[in-house]
Ligand binder design. Structure first.
Ligand SMILES: [Zn+2]
Length: 68
């Protein structure tokens, strides 16, 4: 099994400033240790993620005019 399950099982808790196990509710997810709302990524990771998405988009735009 690859180690990529890490981010599936854990979310970022801004109060713990770490990736934590969480409880999933209908509207949000909550840290199991402090009860704060957790996010999928830390803000730093989110920036990196968005940047990689943008880079991917730019690469595709340059690559070809048609998208099939
Ligand atoms: Zn927490």
């Amino acid at each position: 099994m690859p180690q990529t399950d890490y981010y599936k099982d854990k979310k970022y808790c801004p109060r713990c400033t770490d990736y934590v196990r969480y409880l999933q509710s209908l509207e949000a997810s909550f840290c199991v240790s402090c009860g704060a709302k957790v996010r999928l990524f830390s803000s730093a990771d989110k920036r990196a993620f968005l940047r990689s998405l943008q880079a991917d988009k730019d690469a595709r735009k340059k690559g070809s005019k048609r998208v099939s």
